[in-house]
Design a protein around this ligand. Sequence first.
Ligand code: NAD
Ligand code: DAU
Length: 347
Amino acid sequence: MNIIVTGGAGFIGSNFVYYELKKHPEDRIICIDKLTYAGNLETLEAALKKDKFKFIRADIADRRAIYRIFETERPDIVVNFAAESHVDRSIENPEVFLQTNIIGTSVLLDACRKYSIDRFHQVSTDEVYGDLPLDRPDLFFTEETPLHTSSPYSASKASADLLVQAYHRTYKVPVTISRCSNNYGPFHFPEKLIPLMIINALSDKELPVYGTGENVRDWLYVKDHCAAIDLIIRKGRVGEVYNIGGHNERRNIDVVKTILKELGKPESLIAHVADRKGHDRRYAIDPTKIHEELGWEPTTKFEDGIKLTIKWYLEHRDWWMGIISGDYQTYYERMYDQRAKMEYAKI
Ligand code: NAD
Ligand code: DAU
């Protein structure tokens, strides 16, 4: 089979490329990636040595380029990871989120229609459901939870989901959608909570916790997400949405304290800074459907996954040092100097 993986030079997409190359060595993987600030060819170094892997630099919103690739590569399956993925950046500048996440997805759907693929899989997020209150631990997102977005990022992802469903209903494009909770693991770009805190702690820099740090995320080790997507594209029912998550809910402040403890660093490094605008309080997935239909369940507990992740960052300093020495510095100063000035009352 020929599988197009978009966004394969990013965090989850690259983990998926490696997962597929190992699990299905008979399949050909064609990675399309624009190589934005979040894409990194070094991440794909080992994959680039394999005959069954091909990398093409292209923008998913570039219709001519995408049609040309479909014409040449004749994919059976398309898995769309390509996206602008960082909520804080979407709050600062929504436009590129609309362009990539909505227009880009629509171009891919048109290509799938034109070239009659067997499956288009949209990698979506639990953020499309909005958030849950902190004082109702009994509530979870199911596939029936109404879409109710908070940030320009989540609004763009929800718009893409609606387009995917519309192309299925109207043009019979064979689609599936997965909505996953927060991932962590190797190759996670250091603008996101877990890698940012590991890297700052290693450099004895402040750990900027938004607001009180009581917001809750449902953490999933990235390989478990890849395993779920692999099952959905091969065995999932066309037209269906599958939620992916593993009941690993943690408050941000507790995640940060765990990282400090693992690294033997003091909690005095924690700095409560100005909160994210519109900050979602709690995400929590009910994964019953994917468990019952496809037999998926997560294999990595948070206690183990966080140790593996910290070990990976300790052993791959070259990878993240390369990232944080460039434009990332400008981003960090712009995003965090401002927050620190509005320092949140210490709790
Ligand atoms: P990421 O930001 O690490 O990687 C995104 C990749 O997409 C990068 O390689 C980037 O170069 C590429 N890209 C961006 N715009 C592009 C364009 N116009 N054309 C082609 N390539 C482009 O993102 P991630 O964290 O790996 O997330 C991957 C997908 O999974 C996204 O769709 C995201 O919404 C979804 N998701 C992420 C999480 C999470 O916790 N990170 C959880 C659930 C769902
Ligand atoms: O739930 C899935 C989503 O998870 C994905 O769709 C997104 O692409 C992905 O980025 C992630 O979104 P979050 O906003 O939850 O992740 P982030 O790592 O940015 O933040 C996690 C929590 O930590 C959130 O409550 C904000 C907080 N935070 C984040 C950063 C970067 C801090 O307190 N300090 C920080 O410096």
